[in-house]
Ligand binder design. Structure first.
Ligand code: PXG
Length: 462
C-alpha cells in the first residue's frame, strides 16, 4: 500500500471511531458523522496539520486561545516538571501548591489595580458560573438577598453551563435546554454596523448603554445584582463599542449599585493590545473572568478575579465558602500558565500586539473592505472581523438560509486558512507570534476565498 493510501486508511479509521463514539460540541452530529470529521494531528507556530497531511494557517488561534503559538517546548517542559514534582493535590482543605499560589499573585500583579484576589476554575463557563455565585453571595453577605437579577447583553457568549448559558444572549443557545433560568435578563447590545445605520456612533453608543438604565429602572435597582459583558463581543460576532458606551455603562452601574462583571475570556492577556480589554476600553470591573489565554490553551484553566468590594466581603466572612472544583488551582495547569505569562512578558508579546503586529494586521485587513462582498471591516489588536453583505452600498445583508459565512469558511478551510464564520461575519484572531508575511498570506487567502464565495453566489468577483 502506498503511504498516501495508508494515511487515508488511518483517517478513515479515526473517522469511523469518532462517528461511533465521540459526541462533538456545537455540532450537528448526524451530518458530521455522514461526512467524516477532520482530524487535526499536529501544530507548530501558527500552523496546524490534518491527518491527510494538509497544512492550514490557524487564523483563530484554536478557539481564540493559543496566543503564544503552537509548539512551545518550554510549556511542555513546565508541564512535565510540574507533573514529576506534584502531579496533583487539592486546594480545598487548608492546602495549596506553589504554582497555584504564585499564579494567583502573578495575576494580581498583572490585573488592573484592585483586582487582587483569585479563584481558580477550569473553563470560561465555570469561571462565569463561579462569578455569578460569588455575586449572589456578596449581596447575601450585604444583607440584600433580594438583589439577584443578572443582566447581560443580547449576542453575548459567556459559556454553556446552566448559568453561563442563561447569561449568554445568543438565542439559539437556549431552546434545547429550556433556558434561560429565571432571574436572567437581557438588554440590547452595541452593533453599530447591524443596528445603528445612519446614526452617529457615539450617539448610538449612549442610546444603547441607556437601555441598561431603563431596564434597571423597570426591574427596580434593589433587585438587580449585576451586569455582565465582554469588553468586545467575541463569539457573538466581534462587535466593538463606540467610545461613549463603556463610560455610560459604568456610570449606570455605579448609580444603581449594580456590580459590573467583565468577561475577559477572549480579551484577556493581550488580544486587544493591552493586558486586559478593560484597560483598552477604560473599564473598572468589580469582578473579572479569565480563561483561554491564561495558559494559551496548553492546559485547561480559568480564573475569577475579585475587586475590592467582593474580595474583601469574602475575605471577611466568618464562614466557609461552599464552592470549588477538584481541579481548582491544579498544579500542572498553574505551572504552565506561569510559564506562558513569563513568555508573553519576555517576548513583549502584548507590546508587539499594541505597537507592531496589531496595527499592521489592522491596516492589512482594512484592505479587504475593497472586495465587492465586504460591507465592513472592524477590529482592534489581533481581533479582526470582516462582514460579508449582499449589497455594500445599500448595506443589505444576505438571507440567513444562504449561510454565506459557512460557505466562505468552507472555502477558507479548503484553501489552507482557518477562519471562523459568525453568521456572515468572518473572524480572524491569529496567535501573537504571527509575522508580517503571514498576515499578508492570511489576507491574500481571505481575498481569494471571498472571490470563490462571490462566484458561488453568482455575484461580481474582484
Ligand atoms: N466567555 C467568553 C467571552 C467566551 O468566548 C466562554 C466564556 C466559555 O469558555 P469555555 O472555556 O467554557 O468554553 C467563552 C468561550 C467560538 C467559540 O466558536 C468561542 C468560545 C468557545 C467555543 C467556541 O467562537 N468562547
Amino acid at each position: 500500500m502506498s503511504s498516501k493510501a495508508a494515511t487515508h486508511n488511518q483517517t478513515k479509521h479515526w473517522q469511523a471511531l469518532d462517528a461511533a463514539h465521540h459526541v462533538h460540541p456545537f455540532t450537528e452530529t448526524k451530518a458530521l458523522n455522514a461526512k467524516g470529521v477532520r482530524v487535526i494531528t499536529k501544530a507548530d507556530g501558527i500552523y496546524i496539520w490534518d491527518s491527510e497531511g494538509n497544512r492550514l494557517i490557524d487564523g483563530m488561534s484554536g478557539l481564540w486561545c493559543v496566543n503564544v503559538g503552537y509548539g512551545r517546548q518550554e510549556l511542555a517542559d513546565a508541564a512535565r516538571d510540574a507533573m514529576q514534582q506534584l502531579p496533583y493535590y487539592n486546594t480545598f482543605f487548608q492546602t495549596t501548591n506553589p504554582h497555584a499560589t504564585e499564579l494567583a499573585a502573578k495575576l494580581a500583579g498583572l490585573l488592573p489595580a484592585g483586582l487582587d484576589r483569585i479563584f481558580f476554575a477550569n473553563s470560561g463557563s465555570e469561571a462565569n458560573d463561579t462569578a455569578l455565585k460569588l455575586i449572589r453571595y456578596y449581596w447575601n453577605l450585604q444583607g440584600k438577598p433580594q438583589k439577584k437579577i443578572h443582566i447581560s447583553r443580547e449576542y453575548a457568549y459567556h459559556g454553556v453551563t446552566m448559568a453561563a448559558a442563561s447569561l449568554s444572549g445568543l438565542t439559539p443557545m437556549h431552546p434545547q435546554w429550556d433556558l434561560p433560568l429565571a432571574g436572567f435578563v437581557k438588554v440590547p447590545t452595541v452593533y453599530w454596523y447591524g443596528f445603528g445605520e445612519g446614526k452617529d456612533p457615539d450617539a448610538y453608543g449612549l442610546e444603547v448603554a441607556r437601555k441598561l438604565e431603563e431596564k434597571i429602572l423597570e426591574l427596580g435597582a434593589d433587585r438587580v445584582a449585576s451586569f455582565s459583558a465582554e469588553p468586545v463581543h467575541g463569539a457573538g460576532g466581534l462587535m466593538f463599542p463606540p467610545d461613549s458606551y463603556w463610560p455610560e455603562i459604568q456610570r449606570i452601574c455605579k448609580k444603581y449599585d449594580v456590580l459590573l462583571h467583565v468577561d475577559e475570556v477572549i480579551t484577556g492577556f493581550g488580544r486587544t493590545g493591552q493586558w486586559f480589554g478593560s484597560q483598552t476600553f477604560g473599564i473598572s470591573p468589580d469582578i473579572m473572568t479569565l480563561a483561554k489565554g491564561i495558559s494559551s490553551g496548553y492546559q485547561p484553566i480559568s480564573a475569577v478575579a475579585l475587586g475590592q468590594r467582593v474580595g474583601s466581603a469574602l475575605a471577611e466572612a466568618n464562614e466557609e465558602l461552599v464552592h470549588g472544583f477538584t481541579w481548582s488551582g491544579h498544579p500542572v495547569a498553574c505551572a504552565v500558565s506561569l510559564k506562558n505569562l513569563e513568555i508573553i512578558e519576555r517576548e513583549n508579546l502584548v507590546g508587539r500586539v499594541h505597537d507592531d503586529i496589531g496595527p499592521y494586521f489592522q491596516a492589512k485587513i482594512r484592505g479587504l473592505a475593497a472586495h465587492p462582498l465586504v460591507g465592513e471591516v472592524r477590529g482592534i489588536g489581533l481581533l479582526g472581523a470582516i462582514e460579508l453583505v449582499k449589497d455594500k452600498t445599500a448595506r443589505t445583508f444576505f438571507p440567513k438560509e444562504l449561510d454565506v459565512g459557512t460557505q466562505c469558511r468552507n472555502h477558507c478551510f479548503s484553501n489552507g486558512l482557518v477562519m471562523r464564520a459568525i453568521r456572515d461575519t468572518m473572524v480572524v484572531a491569529p496567535p501573537f507570534v504571527v509575522t508580517h508575511e503571514q498576515v499578508d498570506e492570511i489576507v491574500r487567502l481571505a481575498w481569494r476565498c471571498f472571490d470563490l464565495t462571490a462566484k458561488d453566489l453568482g455575484m461580481q468577483t474582484s
